[in-house]
Design a protein around this ligand. Structure first.
Ligand code: ADP
Length: 262
């Protein structure tokens, strides 16, 4: 479980994250949703202390994260992001093995873990473990990125727009893989995106950020039915409009005008 309380980050006196509080129960996937510059990445990076908060607390499993050195904390928390950041001079297998190696795992255990993770993200270990990152497609690199984030068996995974740069089909496959993996491993996940459709598809709950503040936190259904303000209503309108268009194309729409007063 993650408990974020009154978390703030100020740069030169300007609050880019402003008094944000939320709790992520064990096994939940919480989406942080908002436009560019709303404070999503800063909030996420304060959870693993890649960014030090100006104020507020983060507790993981009841433990205040300030009690641990940042690098020790980060080895316990999986972290993946859009640029992936695979080390180009290391093979796929070596990239996945980075954190287990740092933690001093036995080489046999590391080899088994690398192969198990490649299987999990649907890359054939025999074909992929020795390849260079440069030889992979964008979707394959993201799969390796997720395998690497899970390498040291974290209970908690932080993902920052991990599928942002992918074509829609690959993205759809990876979203489904992620849902399967996180349920299989009972992971607690915080997932940053600016994409409403992705938020609705993946989130058990969605936290909407605007100008560094938490505007609404609820299940996708709650946000759709009871948006906290016009801004959230507008965010929710896009996926609904797209769904209506697809319904109409499929001939599923009932007669007459629909979707008034969203
Ligand atoms: P998001 O992930 O929602 O796009 P960010 O958390 O990256 O937003 O950024 C929130 C705001 O904080 C932005 O206005 C950004 O310009 C500002 N910001 C981020 N990092 C710094 C920094 N190191 N110094 C000053 N301002 C920053």
């Amino acid at each position: 479980m993650i408990e974020v309380r009154d978390l703030s980050k100020r740069y030169d006196g300007r609050a880019v994250v402003d008094g944000v509080s939320f709790t992520v129960p064990e096994g939940e996937l919480l989406v942080l949703l908002g436009g560019s510059g709303s404070g999503k990445t800063t909030t996420l990076k304060m959870i693993n202390r890649l960014i030090e908060p100006s104020a507020g607390t983060v507790r993981i499993g009841g433990e205040d994260t300030r009690g641990l050195p940042g690098h020790v904390l980060r080895r316990r928390i999986g972290y993946g992001f859009q640029q992936v950041g695979l080390f180009p001079h290391l093979s796929v297998g070596e990239n996945i093995a980075v954190t287990p190696s740092l933690l001093g795992w036995d080489p046999t255990r590391i080899r088994a873990r690398v192969d198990a993770l490649l299987e999990m993200v649907q890359l054939d270990p025999d074909l992929f473990r020795a390849r260079d990152p440069a030889e992979l497609s964008g979707g394959e690199q993201q799969r390796v990125g997720i395998a690497r984030a899970l390498a040291a068996e974290p209970a908690l995974l932080l993902l920052d727009e991990p599928f942002g740069a992918l074509d829609p089909l690959t993205r759809d496959h990876l979203q489904q893989s992620l849902q399967w993996i996180r349920r299989e491993l009972a992971l607690t996940v915080v997932f940053v995106t600016h994409d409403m459709v992705e938020a609705l598809l993946l989130g058990d709950r969605i936290a909407v950020l605007r100008e560094g503040r938490l505007v609404q936190l609820g299940t996708p259904a709650e946000l759709l039915r009871n948006p906290a303000d016009d801004g959230v209503a507008e965010l929710m309108e896009t996926p609904q409009r797209q769904a209506r268009i697809v319904d109409d194309l499929l001939g599923l729409a009932p007669d007459g005008p629909r979707g008034e007063g969203v």
